[in-house]
Design a protein around this ligand. Structure first.
Ligand code: FES
Length: 140
């Protein structure tokens, strides 16, 4: 009986210890973070991917980012996850607003709420253009 209890206790302790060590261990050693924005096929997003006043949702380590190309090669970057319930927002060229297809929230081009049900703005993202493509970084 004592042997069974000992084996059971050892199994429980090793389970907790394994979970604790897995929590402390890096997810993927050497995994690099990247701010390079990628399209739906995983390709790096280039300057040519967007026409003037066009918007696209791309991804990087920040998550889904809505990028809108404005005249004079200015880029607007916003987190593309609606602050209401998390649907992916899209740019409407005609209204020049960011729209959520799920429950109709609207944001202006700097992410402020124009119409609910969303109550919080979309976080802004700095868009940088370099030889590798478009990059998105938290706005500092
Ligand atoms: S998830 Fe966007 S309005 Fe509800």
């Amino acid at each position: 009986m004592n042997v069974l209890l000992g084996v059971g206790m050892l199994g429980t302790v090793s389970g907790f210890l394994g979970t604790f060590l897995a929590y402390l261990w890096p997810l993927r050693s050497g995994a690099a973070t990247s701010d390079l924005l990628r399209g739906s096929a995983g390709e790096p997003l280039s300057l040519d991917a967007l026409a003037i006043n066009e918007g696209i949702v791309a991804r990087n380590d920040l998550g889904k980012i809505l990028i809108v190309r404005r005249p004079n090669d200015e880029f607007i970057g916003l987190q593309a996850t609606c602050t209401h319930l998390g649907c992916t927002v899209a740019w409407n060229q005609d209204s020049e607003q960011v729209e959520c297809p799920c429950h109709g929230a609207r944001y202006n081009m700097i992410g402020e709420v124009l119409r609910g049900p969303a109550k919080l703005p979309l976080d802004r993202v700095e868009i940088i253009v370099d030889e590798a493509g478009l990059r998105g970084r938290p706005l500092s």
